[in-house]
Design a protein around this ligand. Structure first.
Ligand code: ADE
Length: 354
């Protein structure tokens, strides 16, 4: 029965697949490991629509490992701007350097070697091995988990080792013959466009005749809902502007934005601060405050943190002290993180006209 479902899936994918900038026609063509790697990392936690333009820009700027490995981290981050989860971009650079130095710019072709590279887990390794090297290697991501939960009537998510093994074994069974590269990608696309979280389009699904949950009329209740656990973080984030038009930056002192330039911030109680919080002094190093104002409050999610922040703008009477890190206005508007952009917006700060 799975055989019939697999054939139906392949036929559906051949007929209905989207044209995407990282895909080659015909689908049977081998893709470069570099292209698979970059596109799959971009596609993690990010919608296909926003990946398309980023991917094209990236490939133009960094067409191969050679060009990528010599780029500066700040350039990489700029090209990642808008995709979020910036550790993905930093890991890409680390991995590019390892592939250049250790593997003479050629991607390793085993799961064992791939999975120890920064940012490459079992999903990405499986995607590279199947989509680029046409090996019979499995992948498992949120799309496949949803499909398998429904198709096989699994009322649990792959949370513990035993559950993960069950899901991975299902994934391996779909990748077990020579069309793994087609079926893996077809499953991802089916999950995205047909077997969707909400309002799945069962009437268009090639797996419907064999889908246990469809036959039981239980599609909506599978997979079971995960209780979302996030850690709330309350604080104040501020932009300080010096007399000589510089802006204060904090680097590496945040626990949720590691090693990234951002605005100084500190935790506070969920009740709102008024006036100038004492913590600000530590950053200003004795500089005197001329004016201050609060902007709109912002919410921002970074990995497992849900951040609730007050935004504050300060102007100081002095020039920027040399002991802390201050940047120009141009650099201010070039900061890559979406948190910084939100803060600028909440404080209604826009580039000056001159
Ligand atoms: N989602 C993530 N990777 C994908 C791919 N290669 N094709 C379709 N959807 C995807």
């Amino acid at each position: 029965m799975q055989n019939d479902a697999e054939n139906a899936l392949i036929q559906w994918f051949k007929k209905n697949h989207e044209q995407l900038p990282w895909r080659l026609e015909p689908l049977s063509k081998k893709r470069s490991a570099y292209v698979v790697w970059i596109s799959e990392i971009m596609l993690q936690q990010t919608q296909v629509a926003s990946v398309k333009a980023h991917f094209l820009r990236w490939i133009q700027k960094f067409p191969n490992i050679t060009e990528l490995a010599k780029a500066k981290e700040s350039t990489i981050l700029k090209f990642w701007q808008g995709l979020g989860y910036y550790s993905r971009a930093k890991n890409i650079l680390k991995t590019a350097k390892i592939i250049q130095e250790k593997y003479n710019e050629k991607f390793p072709e085993t799961r064992q070697e791939l999975e120890v590279l920064p940012g490459i887990g079992s999903y990405t390794a499986g995607a590279i091995l199947s989509l680029a090297f046409h090996q019979n290697e499995a992948i498992l991501d949120g799309n496949l988990i949803r499909i398998f939960s429904r198709f096989y009537a699994l009322d649990f998510l792959p949370e513990n080792a035993e559950q993960k093994k069950i899901y991975w074994n299902k994934a391996k069974s779909w990748a077990a013959n020579k069309y793994a590269f087609l079926k893996n990608e077809a499953l991802m696309e089916l999950g995205r466009n047909i077997c969707k979280v909400k309002n799945p389009k069962c009437d268009q699904c090639p797996l419907r005749p064999h889908c246990v949950s469809f036959l039981q009329n239980k599609i909506e209740s599978r997979p079971p809902k995960k209780i979302k656990l996030y850690t709330p973080w309350y604080g104040v984030i501020f932009i300080a502007k010096s007399k000589d038009q510089k802006f204060l930056i904090s680097e590496g002192s945040s626990f949720f934005l590691k090693n990234q330039k951002t605005f100084p911030h500190f935790s506070s109680s969920p009740s709102r601060a008024k006036g100038i919080p004492a913590e600000v002094d530590k950053w200003l190093q004795g500089a005197e405050i001329k004016t201050f104002r609060y902007g709109a409050n912002i919410e921002h999610s970074i990995t497992r943190y849900k951040i609730f922040m007050q935004t504050l703008f300060l102007e100081i009477k002095n020039n920027a002290p040399k002991t802390t890190h201050w940047i120009s206005e141009k650099e201010l508007f070039d900061l890559p993180s979406s948190l910084c952009k939100k803060v600028l917006q909440a404080l209604e700060i826009s580039p000056s006209k001159n």
